[in-house]
Design a protein around this ligand. Sequence first.
Ligand code: ATP
Ligand code: MG
Length: 748
Amino acid sequence: MNKSKDFLRAIVDEDLKSGKYKEIVTRFPPEPNGFPHIGHAKSIYINFGIARDFKGHCNLRMDDTDPSKEDTKYVEALKDAVQWLGFDWGDNLYFTSNYFPRIYDYAIKLIKMGKAYVDSLSEEEIRLYRGTVTEAGKRSKYANRSIEENLDLFERMKNGEFKDGEHVLRAKIDMSAPNMKMRDPLLYRIRHAHHFRTGDDWCIYPMYDFAHCLSDYIEGVSHSICTLEFENNRAIYDWVLDTLKLEPPRPYQHEFARLGINYTVMSKRKLLELVEGGQVSGWDDPRMPTIAGYKRRGYTPESILNFCEQIGIAKANSMVDVSQLEFCIRDDLNKKVPRVMCVLDPIKVVIENYDRYEEIDASYYPHDVPKEGSRKLPFSKEIYIERGDFMQNPPKGYFRLTPTQPVRLKHAYIISCSEVVKDSNGNITEIKARYYPESKSGSDTSGIKVKSAIQWVSAKEAKRVEVRLYDRLFLAEAPEGVEDINPNSLKIIKNALVEPAVISEKPDVRFQFEREGYFYADPVDYSDEKPVFNKIVGLKDSWGKKAKSVKPKPQSKKLHVEGEVAPMSEVEQKLFDNYTKNLGLNSEISNTLARDEQLSHFFKEALCEFNSPIGIANIIANEVARELKDKRVDDLKFTPKQLAQLVKIVENGTISNKISKQVFEEMVKTGENPSQIVQTKGLVQISDPAKIEPIIDEIIAKNPDNVAKFRAGNTKLLGFFVGLVLKNTGGKANPKVVNELVAKKLNT
Ligand code: ATP
Ligand code: MG
């Protein structure tokens, strides 16, 4: 190992040197009650990684002590995840349930030592008796039972003579221990439930604190590595193993910081809610932070391992930026995958002076990528280009095709527009063009200057594919669950066109679609009849380039390093004061706008069209600023005036706030007027209760369990229902109306 060691490896190293253990044995011990997520990837990487580095081994142990939530399908998912990440447990796949008989024997031993007793207090009493952090607890009167009585009761618990909750087995430690966990912790409880492996053999199940340390010991684990929230449990871990006077060597527990990622939910329980609520298509929905989700989306195992390596192992919990994970996949694919052409929103171009057919030999990789390979790219009279790559009335600085500006077709010729064909509504249906025979890429002698190259496909040879564009699943930086779902996290494009090479390549390949991002053939839904591609991640944009931009601009608060905020110039300060004092903007938004000349100018122009400072400033400081991270104002397709119109139709209630995001996305792509987009896509907001109520009724009828939970007091579920209704209307329903109606219906 050449890397400097993290604190866990330092401990392991020391323990080997001192001869405490002959072999390093770690384990990854998930509970099979859900699919593993990226947090588990970190744990896998640590446990299997350490075992590998020190030539020991790592056990995969299913911690299956809670029969009610566990299932074989989760066992399979866990095995899959470990394998996919490139690790191998060899013969060491274990189940805690295999040890139930031995753990039971250890419990008997503790009882015989006078170190454990059967308690018959109710759950509520046990909680009350435990005391508080500042107050000692009180021992149960049952703690005085004789060893014989305890043995008898415990056996009868095992034989199924009692109901759930009637008795528990507890360790006899110290009811006034400062560590609350040590106040006679529970070792066993009664659960009359069917276990997916042991069936009905048992109706008592060991608690985590009892089962885990013993399982580690039974397996000969040396280092039991877990997350920080188990820090206080370590005392029980040690107490059990020491009290039983087990033959050495025994395992020791070490804690590290749990992985948290912003805009991501990281708990199997919450992820299960999304699956059960239908907010995602399943555990492997490509938007899910599960290993199965990343795998299906097209992430590579290498990218996830790199991410785990980069974030390191710490002793204090912290939040990792999701863009770091996105960076890792981009970084991995950038130099690996072939670059091909895909047109998402096609418009036909007829090249009038071209009457041949040719196949262009086009490299899959740019010069700076040390990989080779090429394909034959069909070129013909009729091609498709991206609708947004042509503009009839372009704003200044638009570099692609216009009636007066030629453009290069990537790998092929330069074309210019000779005529624009429109339908009776004025929509462009076709572009007539001319090509320059001398301008072929690689042997261009035409002398014509172009400002950009665009993607295209030959009309006849192109293949129709479905493309699924994913956005973050959650809008909130620290999402709770369903209530923070991003309603636009999935956009399906049914009729995208790709060049034929994309289809003839083997499945399980990733591509870069030029100028769009990285894509992966969906392993589940892809078929020859309907090829489906998932967008893995967009092209590198966000931070690298931003850092290089001439003028540093504060993007958002969290990017600032404490104490490093540059003072404002006089002009900026004036703007800032005007925004906060006269226009009523908050200081964060004012700060963003005032410090950025492009944004403040954009803002000023938009206000001339529609005077609603707060609404306009919001969208400029967020959405427009995001667009400008890698573009200049001149490259934007939409104008300040159009943006103001968008705010106007939100404020007059024509469209909902949610839909406005969708319209904005469209404006970004096409530069069309917002009201035009709303018209063609039928996005007008629905506020009429008569239209919304039937949808609510249907959703209520379909979710009786959640209705019952809501009525029993889980009012958080209101968000769940509202979310479903909004989703059902494609985000078009007026959220305020929906909220009121849902609340009314659920409360009656
Ligand atoms: P969840 O709350 O998502 O169910 P868990 O900790 O209950 O997670 P387990 O199946 O018990 O899930 O976890 C298996 C192993 O993975 C444990 O050692 C646990 O500490 C580790 N682990 C779980 N979540 C994370 C995380 N976010 N970061 C690092 N390790 C994690
Ligand atoms: Mg858990």
